[in-house]
Ligand binder design. Structure first.
Ligand code: GLN
Length: 484
């Protein structure tokens, strides 16, 4: 059952071949068997999941026809879940039980999806390897000594290992696409504002965006359908109609103009990965698309710009964790200052503290213009690069990450090398554009991701293009040995 797509499962459920309770039980059994090796989960909600499955079965019997009814999924532990621990991968929130559901969680619940549990992640979504979690690193199902990528590494590894049908993730600088690439799954970061951030714990508010992680573009389309849309609780959510993402999956690609940025295919990219990307591009030309070389000249400024903007916003967002209202509180504080200092000092991990310090510095009087303001100006230049490119092409393609999954511990002592993992994904967040990563030919047995970047609110096209590739190739259906 765990190899079936959402459409196949929905069909099987409706035809009475199996029930959602049986399906949920099967996934819970897989989690019990495999999670000890992978550490994908912060919480497994066995009883609640079976209860939700029972309700789903009732809805199905009553003739409710939604595709997600009774489908077992997992939420990244950054999304608030009513009555369930929401840790954000941090000691700071290890004792936090959310009193409400995030918009995305509520939407998927309403669509009938069953929540199996909450996925491990880098603390406050800061990281590219899932080594920054208070709950320990997640392991990559393709090679257990390797990282799954981050920060949505628990979600990615759980989908890849077939411990859930699909999952939610969030992407501030690459955290859906990069772990999707490292784990051989499909991950979509929507346009900024497409998916409500209400109840999604904030890291860098102008960059954060939730999205689906799944085994195929068709499955991701089904999830996005429920996640996307205007929400009055999020002032940055877009008041734009949500198209039917599944309806355009089969549109043909004749005449599609694909821009390939020369900055993405040159220096710094592993040559075997470049070959895999080229192989996928060739598939598109066979499908009738045309390749156009383009330039995104400010690509090299993406990482330095991001590492001013994201820490600045995080230093402000994380100031709410003060040991007073909720979250971790130190024992026996002597006075208020001691309470603040020790609660934050003991509750946050090293990477989070590093970011708070960088951000506080960048925002301080005297430095604001030199760093934050400058970064905002460069952010405009980066957006303009994409704007100019989309006058010539319909979609941009290149690698998702410069390497395949690296070993646990390999980069954890060197934050700057770690930051380079996101060199191809970060500019997309700075510009607020949608991007998807899909698996292409592996290198030395490890998954490789092709990144496709679309124009604003063009998720339907990204899913269509990804689906067409997945109709003529089977890179996305490979599963890691031991997790078939
Ligand atoms: N790896 C990047 C960072 O550490 C991006 C993280 C993310 O997208 N949440 O900030």
């Amino acid at each position: 059952m765990h190899s079936k797509s959402i459409a196949e499962l929905a069909q099987g459920l409706r035809a009475g071949e199996f029930t959602s309770v049986e399906l949920t039980r099967a996934y819970l059994d897989r989690i019990a068997e495999h999670n000890p090796a992978l550490n994908c989960f912060v919480s497994v909600c066995e009883e609640a999941a079976l209860q939700e499955a029972k309700l789903a079965d009732r809805r199905i019997r009553a003739g409710d026809a939604g595709d997600l009814i009774g489908i077992p999924i997992v939420h990244k532990d950054i999304f608030c879940t009513d009555g369930v621990k929401t840790s954000c991968g941090s000691k700071m929130l290890d004792n936090f039980v959310a009193p409400y559901d995030a918009h995305v969680v509520a939407q998927l619940k309403q669509a009938g999806a069953v929540m199996l549990g909450k996925a491990n992640m880098d603390e406050f979504a800061m990281g590219s390897s899932n080594e920054n979690s208070f709950y320990g690193p997640v392991r990559n199902p393709w090679k257990l000594i390797c990282v799954p990528g981050g920060s949505s590494g628990g979600s990615a590894a759980a989908v890849a290992a077939r411990l859930c049908v699909a999952a939610t993730g969030t992407d501030t600088g690459g955290s859906i696409r990069q772990p999707a690439a490292f784990c051989g799954i499909t991950g979509l970061k929507p346009t900024y504002g497409r998916v409500s951030r209400y109840g999604m714990i904030a890291f860098a508010s102008s960059l954060d965006q939730g999205g689906p992680m799944a085994r195929s573009a068709a499955d991701a389309a089904a999830l996005l359908q429920a996640m996307a849309g205007f929400d009055t609780h999020d002032s940055t959510s877009a008041e734009q109609p949500v198209p039917d993402y599944s309806a355009s999956l089969n549109d043909d690609l004749k005449g599609l103009r694909i821009g390939v940025p020369k900055e993405y295919m040159g220096e710094g990219l592993d040559s075997a990965i470049a070959e895999s990307i080229q192989l996928a591009l060739n598939e598109f030309t066979r499908l009738g698309a045309e390749l156009v070389e383009i330039s995104l000249p400010n690509t090299h400024l993406g990482i330095p710009t991001y590492y001013v903007v994201a820490p600045a916003e995080c230093s402000s967002n994380l100031s709410r964790f003060d040991g007073v209202r909720y979250g971790y509180r130190c024992s026996d504080p002597q006075d208020l200052e001691d309470l603040y200092k020790r609660s934050r000092g003991e509750g946050f991990g090293a990477e989070v503290k590093r970011r708070i310090m960088i951000g506080t510095y960048a925002l301080s009087a005297g430095y604001y213009d030199a760093y934050y303001l400058k970064a905002q100006q460069i952010r405009h230049l980066i957006s303009d690069d994409f704007r100019a490119a989309f006058e010539k092409v319909d979609v941009i393609m290149g690698p998702t990450a410069p390497s395949t999954a690296f070993e646990i511990g390999e980069k954890s002592d060197d934050p700057v090398t770690m930051y380079l993992s996101d060199i191809y994904t970060i500019a997309v967040n700075l510009a607020g554009l949608p991007g998807i990563s899909v698996p292409v030919r592996p290198v030395d047995g490890m998954p490789v991701g092709l990144q496709m970047i679309g124009n604003y609110f063009d998720e339907a096209r990204l899913l269509n293009v990804a689906h067409q590739l997945q109709q003529v190739t089977d890179w996305h259906s490979a599963s890691p040995a031991g997790f078939e």
